[in-house]
Design a protein around this ligand. Structure first.
Ligand code: DQA
Length: 146
């Protein structure tokens, strides 16, 4: 294995598939995990796929990734727009960080247009649906191969 990629999910994403399906689609987070695991495996990576509604838990997982992870794909959900603490945690991580949003945050309410995480992320993928996660894994792999 080429290493472990952390795929981190923020608040309310545990309800994916049930939550505002007109915006976020009908796939569950379990479906997304399966797609990520398959693509990562094909690229020679393992993944640790995690979700929490708690900001401190996401920060702790970023710290864990400092020890065991080669890259991070993160959908911080609402914390994208509020969390300097998650930005600070990501700034301590040395590998590639890809920010993913299922919806296109730039075409939604004004308060979703700003992302603190974007100040650290190597790239942001938004509005590609859950495929954005798979693209995020591909981008981590590509950045690591440079
Ligand atoms: C989201 C977009 C955020 O604005 C929102 O708070 C979410 C999900 C997305 O995946 O499109 O919870 O990150």
């Amino acid at each position: 294995m080429a290493g472990l990629i952390y795929v981190l999910n923020g608040p309310n994403l545990n309800l994916l598939g049930k939550r505002q399906p007109e915006i976020y689609g009908s796939e569950t987070l379990g479906d997304v995990e399966a797609k990520c695991r398959e693509r990562a495996g094909a690229l020679g990576f393992d993944i640790r796929f995690l979700q929490s509604n708690a900001e401190h838990q996401i920060i702790d997982w970023v710290h864990e990734a400092r020890e065991d992870g080669v890259g991070i794909v993160i959908n911080p959900a609402a914390y994208t727009h509020t969390s300097v603490a998650i930005l600070d945690a990501l700034n301590t991580f040395e590998g590639p960080v890809i920010e993913v949003h299922i919806s296109d945050i730039h075409k939604r309410e004004a308060f979703r247009h700003h992302s603190y995480v974007a100040l650290r992320a190597d790239e942001q993928i938004a509005g590609k649906g859950t495929e954005g996660y798979v693209m995020g894994i591909e981008r981590v792999a590509a950045l690591l191969s440079k």
